[in-house]
Ligand binder design. Sequence first.
Ligand code: SAM
Length: 277
Amino acid sequence: MSSSSVPIHGNYHGYYAKRPSVNDPRLELLPPSTFAGKRVLDVGCNEGWVSCEIAQSHGASRVVGVDIDDALVRGAWRRRRTVWSAQGPPPDTHDSEPETETAGPSRKRKRTEDAPVPRSAVGEPDYFPASCAHSLGPLPIPHSAPELFPHNVSFRTADWVNEPIPEDEGGYDVVLAFSITKWIHLNGGDSALTTFFARVSSVLQPGGQFVVEPQAWDTYRKAKRMDKRLRETAQGLVLRPDDFPRMLADVGFGEPLRLGSVGEGGFHRPVDLYTKI
Ligand SMILES: C[S@@+](CC[C@H](N)C(=O)[O-])C[C@H]1O[C@@H](n2cnc3c(N)ncnc32)[C@H](O)[C@@H]1O
């Protein structure tokens, strides 16, 4: 799909200018081992900020971000390069202070021993200032192990509800659906949401985890105003976000773990963790 001028899929451009996504507080709610060594699918990755953070700082072996909007996916590839350029050297190649003095406790907890240093880490030097990126472009990416950032993150354009992507074949350990259920629901109706949850279940093995940040029903009202077709679809909706636990139980998930709610203003939403039985 090409970029739509009305963001009917929630395909907002400049989304991360509005929502803090370096050290994303939603990720901080998750148990520390959630992504370590895991294959992760980020559905509705937008410009890839969350995908890159998981790949760089949470020890994932592989992160695939998928988004319906090709322009956003191109932005995600650029983001990967930007994050790579800004990354500090691994701790053993620079004489940094001990990590306890340079990073907050939760970040330290999640970073693997030899993980490189993201520029976002509190108190870290700016290894590649924006002015350098503007005048020189991003740094080249050297060959390295496929499980190391940035080789461990890639992006695809697809309507993931209806189009499988090649990476699905190998399955995932964790599927992430942050702030996307409303858009799937409003565009495709109840059946799209049912299909989406069944697809998530189909790419996870028992023990696999589904992390979802559902938008509340009362926020659908504003989105419906965007577009006539969304309004028409909305009229036929029977399912509500409160039905998600039952719907997910129907496709093989256990009771959700309610991890809490974070986010400012209209972004204050719960994050729920489901495990496939
Ligand atoms: C509101 S944004 C949330 C971005 C990101 N998940 C986050 O919370 O930081 C929703 C994203 O989902 C994408 N999206 C909506 N429907 C989709 C679909 N069927 N398949 C893939 N991506 C989709 C949109 O293009 C948009 O980038």
